[in-house]
Unconditional design. Structure first.
Length: 505
């Protein structure tokens, strides 16, 4: 059995192909002929040994990914359930929880079986906000979900025609590395914010936008739990402990449960998830929202141009969030080939597009690849077997929703901080001496956490890269797809004046 890769050194360095314990980007698709491995048929199907992994790492990785993204089982129903459609209707919370878990389970398993990547999928944050606060006020909920289905179908068309994969291959290596680094900072920032270690200053526009804790200093037991979790995680990583991230999540959750039981803590202090053992461990799933969508109903409520812009917003966000996530997760797992390409990318992107369709059809909003999958990669996951584990846990969550949401953000967030550190280390591969590379890379890295959006960071980097290449007389070196994408992002960033010029506001 090969030694576990050093968790402080990303798996994407240039000598990965020769390093022990790292993945072979040329590993075959699931089900393809492969040399016999020590793990039998399952090992051969997923190329577990061929990618330098083992069942223990894959299982730990699957658990770690699930626990770092299980919050979506609570957050998605909160976001969608808090909004009302044009006719004043609300979606049922229990039905939303069921739909969210079902889509995550099915699509994550499909990604494991078909894409053979340690990549989990669930309702996309940001995309659900678009559905709740941009689509629903203009139409009914079934109409809004129908638009999401259309958006997913368009993504599938782009995949089938090869345009989506061609664009990903057209991205320069420096921007791919910057995307990974930006995602690292982004998810670390998510961890700090979700844990309450960093917060926005309410009602204060004259100073810095964020601060330490809720009042400028750390206070309260939940934040202490997070700090202990971070220290435990980094200590275990420094000692090269197997299962470091998962151990940290479990131990920190146990500490949180004990503290919540003995201390006088307001439930709101923990956020969405209170670390208390629930009275009822079982909850019957309610499938009432499954299939509740209208494919063309939206056309009865708003104009065609408005619909085009709405679908364009969904498409662009979904397209590039996925692109950044797939590249970042594959980069961290050491699965990129020597040309920086994701293996079997077409199949991976098609499954991701199908997830958007499934999310809309189930009224759970568009489902997409989750950057939290890097937590599983940090545990050593390198194949789709980890996705089977994660998907299986989401399936169990259909019946054990109270138990699956016992992990508070303060216990899961330290894993995001740790993985952010791992991804950040890739910044050394960027050539900072060449400004036409360094500046777009910097903007990609900075804009992601500063705007709380992977899509915005990618867009800023693309536009800057194209402009600088043109200014330096190297316009012909830019792939035509990058020119087209930069133009679309220009419209994306300038959408408000564009809408005003077109008279749609």
């Amino acid at each position: 059995m090969p030694d576990r890769p050093d968790p402080t050194v990303p798996a994407s360095r240039t000598d990965d192909a020769k390093a022990p314990g790292l993945a072979d980007p040329a590993a075959p698709l699931p089900g393809a002929p492969a040399a016999a491995g020590p793990g039998g048929a399952v090992d051969r199907y997923f190329s577990i040994s061929a990618r330098g992994s083992d069942f223990g790492r894959e299982i730990r990785g699957g658990f770690a990914t699930f626990f770092t993204m299980a919050y979506i089982l609570v957050l998605n129903p909160v976001i969608l359930g808090s909004a009302e459609d044009k006719f004043g209707n609300h979606l049922s919370g229990p039905q939303l929880a069921t739909a969210t878990a079902l889509v995550a389970a099915v699509m994550t398993v499909l990604m494991g079986l078909g894409g053979n990547l340690p990549l989990a999928l669930a309702a996309g944050l940001g995309l659900n906000a678009v559905a709740a606060f941009q689509l629903a006020p203009l139409m009914s909920w079934p109409d809004a979900m129908g638009l999401i289905v259309i958006e997913g179908l368009l993504i599938c068309v782009l995949v089938v025609t090869g345009l989506r994969e061609a664009l990903m291959h057209a991205i320069p290596a420096s921007l791919k590395q910057a995307i990974s680094v930006g995602i690292g900072l982004f998810i670390a920032f998510i961890g700090f914010v979700d844990a309450g270690f960093v917060s926005r200053i309410p009602g204060d526009t004259g100073s810095v936008p964020v601060q330490l804790g809720a009042t400028g200093h750390l206070s309260g037991w939940p934040v202490l739990v997070f700090c202990l979790g971070v220290l435990l995680t980094v200590a275990l990583l420094a000692r090269r402990t197997k299962g470091a991230i998962l151990i940290s999540i479990v131990v920190t959750t146990a500490v949180a449960v004990v503290i919540d039981a003995v201390a006088d803590i307001a439930p709101a202090a923990w956020g969405l998830t209170v670390p208390a053992v629930p009275d009822d461990l079982l909850a019957a799933p309610d499938f009432g929202l499954i299939g509740s969508f209208s494919l063309f109903g939206a056309f009865q409520h708003v104009g065609v141009l408005t619909l085009v812009l709405l679908v364009f917003t969904l498409l662009l966000s979904d397209f590039f969030d996925t692109m950044g996530t797939v590249v970042g997760v594959s980069h961290e797992a050491g699965l990129l080939d020597e040309d920086g390409k994701v293996p079997h990318l077409g199949r991976v992107l098609l499954i991701d597009g199908a997830a958007a369709v499934a999310g809309g059809a189930a009224s759970a909003s568009s489902a997409t690849s989750y950057v939290e999958s890097t937590a599983g990669v940090g545990e050593g996951a390198r194949t789709g077997f980890a996705s089977l584990v994660t998907g299986g846990l989401f399936a169990v969550a259909l019946f054990l929703t109270p138990l699956s949401t016992i992990v508070p953000a303060q216990a899961a967030a330290p894993a995001l901080v740790a993985v952010g550190f791992m991804l950040m280390a890739q910044v050394r591969h960027i050539d900072w001496e060449k400004y036409e590379i360094a500046i777009p890379a910097f903007l990609t890295i900075a804009v992601m956490p500063f705007t709380y959006s992977i899509t915005n960071g990618i867009g800023a980097g693309f536009v800057a890269y194209v402009v600088l290449r043109a200014v330096l007389g190297k316009a012909r070196e830019v792939h035509p797809l990058l020119w087209a994408t930069a133009a679309l992002f220009t419209v994306y960033f300038a959408i408000d004046p564009v809408e005003q010029l077109l008279g749609v506001k």
